[in-house]
Design a binder for this molecule. Sequence first.
Ligand SMILES: NC(=O)c1ccc[n+]([C@@H]2O[C@H](COP(=O)([O-])OP(=O)(O)OC[C@H]3O[C@@H](n4cnc5c(N)ncnc54)[C@H](O)[C@@H]3O)[C@@H](O)[C@H]2O)c1
Length: 435
Amino acid sequence: MTLNKQILLDKIATKNATIAVLGLGYVGLPLAIAFAEKGFQTIGFDISRQAVKRLQSGCSTVMDMSDVRVQRMLACGLFDATNEEERLADADVFIICVPTPLNASHEPDVTSIRASVQSIQRQVKRAAVVSLESTTYPGCTKEMILEPLVNAGLVLDEELFVCFSPERIDPGNKMYQTENTPKVLGGVSEASIQLGTAIYEQIIDTVIPVSSTEVAEMSKLLENTFRCINIAFMNEMSLLCDRLNIDIWETLDAAETKPFGFMRFNPGPGVGGHCIPLDPMYLSWKAKQANFFSRFIETAQDINSNMPKEVVNKAVKLLNEARKAVNGSRVLLMGMSYKKDINDLRESPSLAIYEELKRLGAEVQYCDPYVASFLDKQNVRVYGEALSTVQFHQYDLVILLTNHSDFKMAEISEQAANLLDTRNMVKNSLPKVFA
Ligand SMILES: NC(=O)c1ccc[n+]([C@@H]2O[C@H](COP(=O)([O-])OP(=O)(O)OC[C@H]3O[C@@H](n4cnc5c(N)ncnc54)[C@H](O)[C@@H]3O)[C@@H](O)[C@H]2O)c1
């Protein structure tokens, strides 16, 4: 065993390792707080001045992390948020949690990972572990982290240990959070796997080591692509059931009674968030590089991204049945975030539905207790109606898009003149509309 590896293992076991988390968003902040709460000196580094300012003043930047937990860790001095890259010089462990979006050509945009690695390269002062958590394509950890750092002169297994450990956080999930969600971890060497496992075992109940970073990278994409494809299948089935005049929800309830060989997924107005719409594209991009074309991924993306249009088509049809043109009709969207009880608007299908209805001339308003306002395509700030005062009967059509727990379905369905329910929120009542 190399001396540095032993020193790092000892530092981790005695909680004397300093952890730096790069990127303090949905993934990075809960992770940084989890390490601080376990007694590790934790530096949160983010390029957003606004986010750092908020955190320094004791305000959390994500819903799943309470202000109190941030304040407690700031007060005891175990956590600090900073924009100053030089602060990374104190770290023994670097965990990268920066965004991995798609560029304009729908290809992986790993510029934030590259920037993080450059920050580490400039600041690293001693033997260190670098772990990537951002979702990415198989091979990325080696290409984007290992190679540049080795080229900069760091010696693998002497001064550098590199892992990939995908984040599985499910925003809004009260049962599974950072600590109790099993975590897959792959390393570029045996020593990297050992060190990575030792680090994450400090905060995660179950760490699952795998033999390479590629397996860990692929496992994350496989999980989310599986979800994307199954949702797409249910979306397609919902369109078919609508055509056949069969209730998709009752059908799903029936199918779900099979105690084996069936796993339920639900249709909806489309997919959103930073993961399901994006991650499969990382995989299909990588597949194309190997001259392999994943028909499943392309088809699923096509179906899911068309769902907002299907919802609008249905809305137009329902208005037509009520002898109303969409142009000039008053439409209320219930729920803008992409899923229940959270405020995340990223890639939310509600935004696409809002834009399309506006384009068709509807007077569109929305109500979402988690989203006070949002910027539309024209960069105009749109403000929501308050749930406590909204008058459902004043709208020609109310569209239920996000199944927030605060929505009182009995009240909405009683008052709304015309209702389009994309999530089976008004259970077992007709018209049970989907698409
Ligand atoms: N949100 C989720 O539910 C989720 C779940 C699993 C995996 N992931 C993956 O985790 C990664 C992060 O996602 P997120 O949702 O936390 O993103 P986020 O946008 O909430 O947070 C990312 C943070 O990184 C900061 N940042 C950007 N470039 C930086 C840099 N060079 N140095 C330091 N900070 C930088 C941003 O300012 C931002 O605060 C992505 O790859 C995503 O696919 C997200």
